[in-house]
Design a protein around this ligand. Structure first.
Ligand SMILES: Cc1cc2nc3c(=O)[nH]c(=O)nc-3n(C[C@H](O)[C@H](O)[C@H](O)COP(=O)(O)O)c2cc1C
Ligand code: SF4
Ligand code: SF4
Length: 444
């Protein structure tokens, strides 16, 4: 059986599945449930000294939308959008102290961890909340630099407003890291263009790990009434965010070299595998547990173990980051990959009744001949694979283009176009050549 244990920030986890900080960790009973259902950790709903963020949670609103943007009533499918507005824990952080001690012990008895989460008004508040976590025996703390809601509350500063400014993120991280002895992880916001820079800044300031990421800020419309859903902008997540999150994890894993907790877009174990293969050390699961209940956790954990056994991965390390390591560094590496071209199986092709691929080939590499069958023109087929995807009758395959076929005139990227000194210094996209070829620009 696969070994699901892992070490993260010097702490041993019995599996990589941790319950994220949200409503599912907003009470002692819920956190105990998380541990009973096998979670290796649970991050408490962010504790705060910001009154407005505590009160906001008492006015929480949630709606779940389908792929069309309609509200889902009843069973929630894999492809959902969770649109919601809520703040931090409504219980004052100091009032949590007895429970923190008790739930921490409850977790330890089950070989699991209660993890802190802080979101404060000022630097003293950040330090005070984190010291309380440490004093209560928690093994690590997450700083919430990712919450989308403070930015919508005049006079409130926090969450993504900190996670969007490297200097501020660095300073808060540095001061908290100096104030406590437990590992500090920083929850990043996806609402920004420079997550790698923020990850580098907080690493430099002493952070032990980053969480990538909290949720986006969104806007949704009820087209029947013309009104914004939930009254206006709110936090948005769901499985659709997964590729966007993975892009951030890919970049951070490759360019920063800091342990990563992956969050934002997990539904089941298949998503966890993608997060791990991209470079996550552990994952934080959130909204799906609000929708399916804590009993969903064993599906994720057992599913991960089955997947690893079925695919011959003995442990998490054998999966970690493998997709990122196999990824091209940039598009010029992509261009060097072996060429392929389309081939049509005329036995199963339904032309002339069907001609979808002809309409979808944007390189004029497919045509319908007068005899009523599809011709492939390999001299213009660039091997983009779109026809393969749109054919409803599985009648297209992609074949490797041999050197001899290229010599015979099959499509090839002209030598030198993409490989001038400086990877992308080409005739087509070099600003210098564009300027030279454009009278208007040259005159400026
Ligand atoms: C209703 C709701 C409340 C949340 N509250 C918090 C919070 O208090 N602190 C925090 O760090 N993240 C909070 N989050 C973000 C989650 O912890 C998690 O990072 C995010 O939902 C992405 O993971 P998911 O796709 O598994 O939901 C909240 C998310 C939701 C949906
Ligand atoms: S692979 Fe792309 S270019 Fe080639 S025939 Fe299909 S759609 Fe056209
Ligand atoms: S889409 Fe498929 S079935 Fe239709 S014409 Fe093209 S190859 Fe034939």
């Amino acid at each position: 059986m696969a070994d699901l244990t892992t070490e993260f920030c010097g702490v041993r986890f019995k599996n990589p599945v941790v319950v994220a900080s949200l409503e599912t960790t907003n009470s002692p009973d819920l956190m105990k449930q998380a541990f009973d259902y096998g979670a290796a950790g649970a991050i408490i709903k962010t504790l705060t000294d910001i009154d407005d963020m505590a009160v906001l949670t008492m006015n929480s609103k949630y709606c779940i939308m389908d792929d069309r943007g309609d509200i889902i009533r009843g069973k929630v499918p894999r492809d959902f959008k969770f649109y919601s507005r809520s703040g931090y824990s409504s219980t004052y952080y100091k009032d949590w102290i007895p429970d923190l001690k008790e739930i921490g012990a409850y977790a330890r008895d089950r070989d699991a961890h209660l993890i802190g989460s802080a979101g404060a008004r000022d630097i003293d508040g950040w330090k005070d909340i984190c010291r309380i976590f440490e004093d209560c025996g928690l093994p690590m703390v997450e700083l919430n630099f990712g919450c989308p809601h403070p930015a919508m509350m005049p006079g409130v500063h926090g969450g993504s407003m900190i996670g969007q400014v490297a200097d501020v993120a660095h300073e808060v991280t540095r001061q908290v890291c100096e104030a406590v002895g437990i590992p500090v992880m920083i929850k990043l916001t996806p609402d920004q263009t420079t997550p790698v820079e923020i990850a580098k800044a907080v690493k430099e300031a002493g952070a032990a790990a980053v969480t990538a990421t909290n949720r986006y800020t969104g806007f949704a419309v009820d087209i029947e009434t013309g009104q914004p859903r939930l009254g206006g902008p709110a936090g948005i997540g769901g499985t659709w965010t997964k590729p966007l999150t993975l892009r951030y994890i890919h970049n951070i894993y490759r360019d920063v070299g800091i342990p990563i907790a992956g969050s934002n877009g997990i539904f089941d174990h298949r998503d966890v595998v993608e997060f791990l293969m991209t470079g996550s050390d552990i994952v934080e699961v959130g909204s799906v547990l609000m929708i399916k209940g804590m009993k969903w956790l064993p599906n994720i954990i057992d599913g991960l173990e089955r997947f690893m056994d079925g695919h011959g991965y003995p442990d998490l390390e054998s999966m970690r980051g493998i997709a990122t390591k196999a990824s091209v560094q940039d598009y010029s590496d992509q261009f060097r990959k072996a060429r392929i071209h389309a081939a049509v199986n005329h036995d199963t092709c339904q032309n002339p009744t069907c001609n979808i691929c002809v309409q979808m080939c944007f390189y004029e590499a497919l045509s319908q001949n007068p005899a009523g069958s599809i011709d492939v023109h390999p001299d213009t087929c660039i091997g983009c694979e779109l026809c393969l995807d749109v054919c409803p009758f599985d009648s297209i395959s992609m074949e490797p283009t041999t050197e001899q076929q290229m010599a015979e005139g099959y499509f090839r990227i002209p030598d030198g176009v993409y490989e001038k000194p400086g990877k992308f210094a080409t005739r087509r996209n070099n600003m210098e050549t564009i300027r030279l070829n454009s009278a208007g620009l040259a005159a400026e």
